[in-house]
Design a protein around this ligand. Structure first.
Ligand SMILES: [Zn+2]
Length: 151
């Protein structure tokens, strides 16, 4: 039985807090299947993994693909605490994620509502359903606390 979207975004926020504890920019993501089970989890780990591609969304997609033994995640929903970047939208579309929920906007690198609307471009052969702003205040607070502590 699926939970409400807020439930899953809270799980993503918990993962974002794990990233912050490691000194990583706090972004977290979970992937949920059609039955409402969390099948993938990820948080930003670029520094600790020494991997420029280790964004929360990519980590969660890798985890979900391994757990479901499938390179596509057709009926899945991805929840991420921050508006995705170009790379992550590419990964999300390649994974055929059905629906994307994000929290806070990312004014410099976000490619859904901030700098452009990349997934809406007509050359993609996959349509992604997008819902922004879910628990955005909590996601923003985590990021602000993180960057304030570093100053
Ligand atoms: Zn990204």
């Amino acid at each position: 039985m699926p939970h409400k979207p807020e439930y899953y975004m809270h799980r993503a926020l918990e993962l974002a807090a794990q990233a912050a504890a490691l000194g990583e920019v706090p972004v977290g993501a979970v992937i949920v299947n059609a039955e409402g089970e969390i099948v993938g989890r990820g948080f930003n780990q670029c520094i600790s993994q020494q991997d420029a591609t280790a964004h929360a969304e990519v980590q969660a997609i890798r985890d979900a693909c391994q757990n479901t033994h499938n390179y596509r995640l057709n009926q899945c929903t991805l929840y991420v605490t921050l508006e995705p970047c170009t790379m992550c939208i590419g990964a999300i579309l390649n994974a055929r994620i059905k629906t994307l929920y994000y929290g806070a906007k990312e004014p410099r690198t976000g490619v859904i509502a901030s700098v452009c609307n990349l997934p809406a471009q007509p050359w993609f052969n996959h349509r992604l359903e997008v819902k922004g702003g879910l628990l955005q205040a909590a996601a923003k607070k985590l990021l602000e606390n993180f960057f304030q502590a570093r100053r």
